[in-house]
Design a protein around this ligand. Structure first.
Ligand SMILES: Cc1cc2nc3c(=O)[nH]c(=O)nc-3n(C[C@H](O)[C@H](O)[C@H](O)COP(=O)(O)OP(=O)(O)OC[C@H]3O[C@@H](n4cnc5c(N)ncnc54)[C@H](O)[C@@H]3O)c2cc1C
Length: 249
């Protein structure tokens, strides 16, 4: 959905289209199914082949084990698992309009930290519905171009997230959602979980293990939003500018 001040991107669509766009527009060459196993600037090994590069950017997401594991181990970085759900296409071309969230979201994002009544809200949630803070649940819903509703989410922290999803968490999310939204069909078509990297208390993790090698990671739950600006600022060469840029967001 496009409005003057925001747009909602469907990650499944974007992740498939972006490589083609970057290839056609800028000639970027992608090598899929090719793991980088070693970096010794200016060389790196990818898929068993040796490459060399002027600058190397390491953006390996939640894989902290393959490259620079010792550096990650001392960084405080961790993983976050989110349970998600998606309905089928809503009947009769029904459109949600703007993405929705409820009161729990006020306790999740630091953008609301300055709100004077936040402590009272947090106390009430902890007292009346402790399962929400227990699973770090806040509830958001958006609609994609196929008319499906995407609903989430919970947050479980730790380096070894469980593969097992908890139906109870999905029930909590759907119950809360129905307290502020009434949609034609909440029949769930797909459930899944995603995992992202997070450095608690920070909006990103940037490190330079050696000159001209830059690790950029842990954009947490805002990577789809912040990555383009962050990447531009880093490639332009000012890490300080990046730190300033993301801390005001
Ligand atoms: C459920 C969920 C909902 C989200 N919702 C939002 C949202 O609404 N808005 C928002 O802004 N952000 C959102 N995010 C966050 C966003 O998806 C992440 O911040 C972002 O994907 C991080 O990008 P990244 O490139 O750092 O890591 P990733 O997207 O994890 O990509 C890293 C890639 O590197 C590859 N890789 C790792 N190691 C190697 C290696 N050695 N060699 C080669 N390849 C390697 C991995 O296979 C992976 O493909 C959400 C995340 C999740 C999980």
């Amino acid at each position: 959905m496009d409005v003057e001040t925001e747009c909602t991107v469907d990650p499944r669509e974007a992740i498939r289209k972006l490589p083609d766009y970057l290839n056609h527009r800028y000639g970027v060459e992608f090598l899929f199914n090719t793991v980088v196993t070693d970096i010794a600037y200016p060389h790196l090994t990818a898929g068993g082949e040796k490459w060399s590069a002027d600058r190397i950017f390491v953006c390996s997401g939640a894989d902290f084990e393959t490259l620079y594991p010792a550096l990650y181990a001392t960084s405080g970085i961790t993983k976050v698992k989110l349970q998600m759900m998606r309905t089928g296409t809503q009947p009769n071309g029904w459109r949600l309009g703007p993405s929705l969230c409820g009161g729990l979201t006020l306790t999740h994002y630091s953008a609301f930290a300055h709100c004077q009544s936040l402590d009272a809200l947090r106390t009430r949630i902890e007292t009346e519905t402790p399962h929400f803070p227990q699973w770090h649940i806040h509830v958001m819903m958006s609609q994609n171009g196929r008319g499906e509703l995407v609903i989430g989410d919970s947050h479980e922290y730790g380096l070894n997230p469980e593969p097992f999803d908890k139906e109870l968490i999905n029930d909590y999310v759907l119950d809360y959602l129905q307290g502020f939204a009434n949609v034609p069909s909440l029949a769930i078509a797909e459930k899944w979980h995603g995992i992202y990297a997070k450095l608690p208390g920070k909006t990103e993790f940037i490190a330079q293990p050696s000159p001209n090698v830059t690790i950029v990671n842990a954009l947490s739950g805002a990577g789809m939003t912040l990555s383009f600006g962050t990447a531009e600022a880093i490639v332009e060469g000012s890490l300080a500018a990046v730190a300033e840029l993301v801390s005001v967001g």
